[in-house]
Ligand binder design. Structure first.
Ligand code: GSH
Length: 139
């Protein structure tokens, strides 16, 4: 019975995924315009970020669209199909729930020990990204 339920939900996901991705593609906003220097600064700041996500998760789509609007080139890590990303999310963040923004910081240039934060909840991630990047230069 459990196998049947799992297969049923997998089938639903298989059917819905192309529609969700097509809708995302059709409704993704254009990126805000920055000068090349400002964009380079934003790109550098985005190196410290990674989004753990599933491709067909509506909450992840919401975050990806905001990333597109803000012109953020943030690495996307598939936590459904990539076991290593899934384990990192489980071990680092404490649960496999997406979206989750990994915010990496180095403690200092001389002792670049990597620290950071695992930010869950799509609304909190969007709020964080807007606060940091909605202006022309990252804060
Ligand atoms: N309130 C959360 C909902 C996120 C959510 O439910 N994500 C689903 C995928 S669409 C998930 O990760 N489910 C696995 C779980 O909750 O353990 C948000 O807005 O980010």
């Amino acid at each position: 019975m459990r196998l049947f339920i799992r297969l049923f939900f997998r089938l639903i996901r298989l059917i819905l995924t192309p529609f969700m991705l097509l809708t995302e593609w059709l409704t993704t906003p254009k990126a805000m315009i920055r000068s090349p220097e400002q964009q380079a600064e934003v790109n550098a700041a985005c190196q410290q970020l990674a989004l753990y996500q599933f491709s067909a998760c509506p909450f992840c789509i919401k975050v990806r669209k905001e990333m597109a609007r803000l012109g953020l080139d943030i690495e996307k890590r598939d936590a459904r199909h990539n076991a290593s990303h899934r384990n990192d999310l489980q071990n680092g963040g404490g649960r496999v729930k997406v979206p989750c923004l990994r915010i990496t910081a180095t403690t200092s240039e001389t002792a670049p020990e990597r620290t950071g934060q695992w930010l869950y909840e799509s609304d909190d991630i969007i709020r964080y990204l807007r606060q940091r990047f909605a202006g022309n230069t990252p804060t």
